[in-house]
Design a binder for this molecule. Structure first.
Ligand SMILES: NC(=O)c1ccc[n+]([C@@H]2O[C@H](COP(=O)([O-])OP(=O)(O)OC[C@H]3O[C@@H](n4cnc5c(N)ncnc54)[C@H](OP(=O)(O)O)[C@@H]3O)[C@@H](O)[C@H]2O)c1
Length: 371
């Protein structure tokens, strides 16, 4: 059987994007032998520059990028894949960019499937959400984004399957942020200032590119909204009730750098919140989607140390899904909810699902042509 060559245009070569390239290179032989799939990266970009593969360049991708990346527009990418007659195209969005999502529809219209770690396309207003899906249907393309919630954990797929099988989901609740899980898990068990743990989370690549996205509650709110929309509920971002972890004066600092030098201001209020709790309690930042109340809420709670949420470790997510059939015993999904390795693996798993779908479509075409 001949190999199926998949051409990936990778937007974003930070924590997740660069780890994705490493994992693909590491597993290339395995995919070829077991799936007859060859994954290639003819174009990789950061926010301003793109490297377009050229014949004869054989360096490592990082060196190629430094030496030969050039400023780009999305039109250049579309033109390049047409010129080179590249097929089986997947655009992978490993950015947190608001602007890149405006390119999704033109990419779909020009033959691309989309895989995104970026949550923004699923949390913009409903008109965009629907228009994107209308184009996917019209051009017969896939858009997969399992890592939008729970990084590599199978949260979106589980909720989608339950919903599509007719199961009535009544509530989804838990710790949805790997970075805030890490921060509060350590803060509850160690005598270390809040800002120091925040810096460690940033260094480990657990936070959003701008950690204020995590602390503002926006990132958890986006995840709740994505899950609500998977269940067919037409909520908007503004419907989520959010208690921010940022102080008003820190929220107003409008650059990342200003925030960074002032983040020690967070230490006192969180130390006070910690020591004024009941005995054997810890702070946890949770999201709750209550279908019976039609409400979405993101908040800081004080939780008994011996509860499931109280015992969380590392950067674990803990997501409880309550449904009619499962009654009072929720389905629980727990595990690392952030980190470049697990997230890149989740993105790779989505890429392979798209590749299998492309293979299926091609086989179908061959079968039809033989009739
Ligand atoms: N890290 C995790 O644990 C984790 C977990 C789950 C989901 N995610 C999601 O994964 C995404 C990436 O996270 P990360 O930690 O890898 O971020 P990161 O390390 O900050 O990397 C972001 C990358 O995106 C590039 N970029 C920004 N705007 C762009 C644009 N308009 N076009 C092309 N490239 C652009 C950046 O380029 P410059 O360097 O030029 O700015 C950088 O290469 C985010 O959406 C995040 O929510 C991350």
């Amino acid at each position: 059987m001949s190999n199926l060559r998949i051409n990936i245009v990778l937007f974003g070569i930070g924590n997740v994007g660069s780890e994705l390239i490493s994992q693909v290179l590491e597993s290339q032989q395995f995919f070829l032998q077991n799936k007859n799939i060859e994954l290639r990266f003819p174009i990789i970009t950061n926010s301003t520059l793109a490297f377009f593969e050229k014949d004869g360049i054989k360096n490592k991708w990082e060196a190629n990028f430094v030496q030969a990346a050039i400023p780009f527009r999305i039109e250049d990418i579309i033109e390049y894949v047409k010129d080179q007659q590249l097929e089986n195209l997947i655009a992978v969005d490993a950015t947190a960019s608001d602007s890149i999502i405006q390119s999704y529809i033109p990419l779909i219209q020009n033959g691309f499937h989309i895989v995104a770690a970026n949550k923004k396309a699923n949390t913009l207003h409903h008109a965009f959400y629907n228009e994107l899906r209308r184009n996917l249907k019209k051009f017969d393309k896939l858009f997969l984004y399992e890592t939008n919630v729970g990084a590599g954990l199978p949260v979106i797929n589980t909720i989608k399957s339950l919903h599509e099988s007719g199961e009535k989901i009544t509530k989804i609740r838990g710790v949805f942020s790997g970075s805030l899980s890490y921060i509060f898990n350590r803060f509850g068990s160690e005598e270390v200032p809040f800002s120091e743990i925040l810096s460690a989370a940033e260094k480990l690549g657990l936070t959003e590119p701008d950690a204020r996205e995590d602390l503002s509650g926006n990132d958890v709110a986006r995840k709740l909204l994505i899950l609500a929309r998977e269940i067919g509920l037409p909520f908007e971002f503004s419907d989520v009730k959010i208690t921010s972890l940022l102080l008003p004066n820190l929220n107003e600092l409008n650059t990342k750098a200003e925030f960074s030098v002032n983040k020690a201001l967070l230490n006192k209020p969180y130390q006070v919140a910690k020591i004024t709790q009941s005995d054997n309690h810890v702070l946890r930042y949770i999201g709750e989607l209550d279908l019976t109340q039609q409400s979405l809420e993101v908040k800081l709670i004080s939780e008994a140390k011996n509860s499931a949420l109280g015992q969380l470790k590392g950067a674990d997510n803990h997501i409880e899904i309550y449904t009619k059939s499962y009654e009072n015993q929720p389905i629980v999904i727990q595990g690392a909810g952030a980190g470049k390795k697990v997230t890149a693996r989740g993105v790779l798993s989505d890429i392979l699902k798209v590749a299998e779908q492309i293979k299926l479509q091609k086989n179908l075409l061959v079968a039809v042509s033989k009739i």
